[in-house]
Design a protein around this ligand. Structure first.
Ligand SMILES: Cc1cc2nc3c(=O)[nH]c(=O)nc-3n(C[C@H](O)[C@H](O)[C@H](O)COP(=O)(O)OP(=O)(O)OC[C@H]3O[C@@H](n4cnc5c(N)ncnc54)[C@H](O)[C@@H]3O)c2cc1C
Length: 464
């Protein structure tokens, strides 16, 4: 067999599974079709870590609660931001005030600490900039925000350092059972393995081993990303129920600014969206908007389909708005299932540590001088909006499973996410990528194979 375990798909779930399994004496590969892991994570670079209080059913609730605690400890271990911001659920429709009470009763049964009903005065104390007149709200002090991409990349980096082989730019096209294992065919290779963990969402890849139906409940959510320079920023996650079909969610972003999501079955104009958003953030105007995009809001239940466990096949099914939160809990469940199926032992030389990285803008003056003395590239500021240096960009490329695309550099370092939206630094990132990867600048892509930035030369200069 080529591998003991093949993990299919390099989203946050695949990376978390690779991380958990990398501590065992197993020959593992992860196959991902894109240039980078976690490419499908929303580019807004923030995710809410839920506590299970809002989950539709008890199974999702317990996965969320477990995932939240694991993510907290992983962020500490990998030195990633885990910002406790709290969540206020407000219902402005007084005739539907019972919704808040019903939610609270459910939470009491689930025995989740740190969730309370708060009155109008308490709402103002928790979030002074929230200009709504609600008599009560449900407040969870447990809710946090993280950068999900950085978490996924950290899982992947530790897995690589512990011997997991990440096969990027390979698309799985077929999975077949063979005697005592599987044959996985990609667009480039054929591999045999004893065990398959398939994390590719059912909507994009289905195979004969997937017996469970995934009842997708997908809705669209329109998102508005706001500038970090608003006079009155909201620092708490706010969910504001307008009516049965519509809610507005306001999420403070890890890197500053706010993200407003509008979930509505109605097709509304941008002006309507703006008016709805002003329900929670009064001072939003056109000038404060950085970008607008639409995302899919998934509400189907997640489950680990282990109906073929004895043959060596597990599939993660379902798509859910809290998938980042539950990813580490799912990974641990898979670890347990594999332990029952294969005779595995722990590695003696396992290193549960991410290689150190330096965020120049967070350093003291002394630390900055020290690192510049070691490496002059830390004195070359490439991103003027967020003070990101050439040293950080080079490190993001040279790390295990380093960035190969402009988007990869941006997501790892935060470059290009400032006010200029990359207009000042994009060309500089391209030049550094080309130099570090020893490629022609014409072959540098934004994020996928068909996203080349420069289509050709218009004049033959010696260099560009
Ligand atoms: C708008 C929005 C907001 C969200 N907010 C939150 C939040 O606040 N909190 C939270 O916990 N969660 C949140 N989520 C959920 C979460 O971001 C995603 O659901 C999660 O990142 C999905 O991870 P995944 O690993 O299951 O799937 P994916 O990220 O889709 O990973 C699957 C991977 O498989 C690869 N792949 C596909 N086909 C093939 C193939 N044939 N061969 C090889 N590779 C293949 C893909 O390229 C991809 O990298 C949000 C989701 C959305 C859309």
């Amino acid at each position: 067999m080529d591998y003991d375990v093949l993990i299919l798909g390099g989203g946050i779930i695949g990376c978390a599974v690779a991380y958990e399994l990398s501590k065992y004496n197993l020959n593992i590969a992860l196959i991902e079709k894109d240039y980078d892991v976690a490419n499908d994570i929303s580019f807004a670079n923030t995710a809410i870590i839920f506590d299970g209080s809002e989950a539709e059913n008890d199974l999702m609730s317990s996965l969320e609660f477990r995932g939240m605690n694991l993510i907290k400890s992983h962020c500490e271990k990998f030195n990633l931001s885990y910002k406790k911001v709290g969540l206020l659920k407000v219902n402005l429709n007084e005739t539907k005030a019972y919704i808040i009470d019903d939610m609270y009763e459910k939470i009491k049964i689930r025995e989740i600490d740190g969730v309370h009903i708060v009155n109008n005065e308490e709402i103002s104390k928790i979030e002074p900039n929230l200009k709504v007149n609600a008599s009560k709200a449900l407040y969870s002090e447990n809710i946090s925000i993280i950068s999900p991409y950085n978490l996924a990349v950290s899982y992947a980096e530790v897995a690589v350092d512990n011997g997991v082989n990440f096969r990027l730019e390979e698309e799985v096209i077929d999975i077949k059972s063979i005697s005592k294992g599987f044959k996985v065919t990609t667009n480039k290779n054929k591999f045999t393995c004893k065990f398959v963990v398939n994390t590719i969402p059912n909507e994009v890849f289905n195979d004969e081993h997937n017996e469970m139906e995934c009842n997708s409940k997908n809705k669209k959510v329109r998102c508005i990303l706001l500038d970090e320079k608003l006079e009155e920023n909201i620092n708490t996650v706010i969910i504001n129920y307008i009516d049965e079909d519509t809610f507005i969610i306001n999420v403070p972003c890890v890197i500053g600014g706010n993200l407003i999501g509008i979930k509505s079955d109605k097709i509304l104009s941008f002006e309507n969206d703006l008016i709805l958003s002003q329900n929670s953030l009064k001072n939003i105007n056109r000038e404060s908007i950085n970008s607008i995009f639409t995302e899919v809001y998934n509400q189907s239940n997640m489950f680990i389909d282990d109906s073929n466990l004895e043959d060596g096949y597990i599939r993660i099914s379902g798509n859910n708005y809290a998938k980042v939160t539950i990813a580490p809990a799912i990974a641990q469940e898979i670890e347990e299932k594999i332990k029952t199926n294969m005779n595995i032992t722990k590695k003696r030389d396992y290193i549960d540590k991410k290689r150190e990285e330096y965020v120049f803008s967070n350093m003291s003056k002394e630390q900055k001088n020290k690192i510049i003395a070691l490496d002059k590239r830390y004195a070359n500021i490439i991103c003027r909006c967020n003070n990101i240096t050439e040293g950080e960009i080079v490190d993001s490329i040279r790390r295990p499973l380093g960035a190969r695309t402009i988007e990869g550099v941006k997501r790892r370092t935060g470059i290009g996410l400032g006010g200029c939206n990359g207009s000042y630094c994009n060309m500089k990132i391209m030049k550094i990528l080309a130099r570090e990867m020893n490629k022609s600048i014409l072959n540098i892509v934004d994020d996928s194979m068909d996203s080349k930035i420069l289509v050709g030369r218009i004049k033959e200069f010696n260099e560009i």
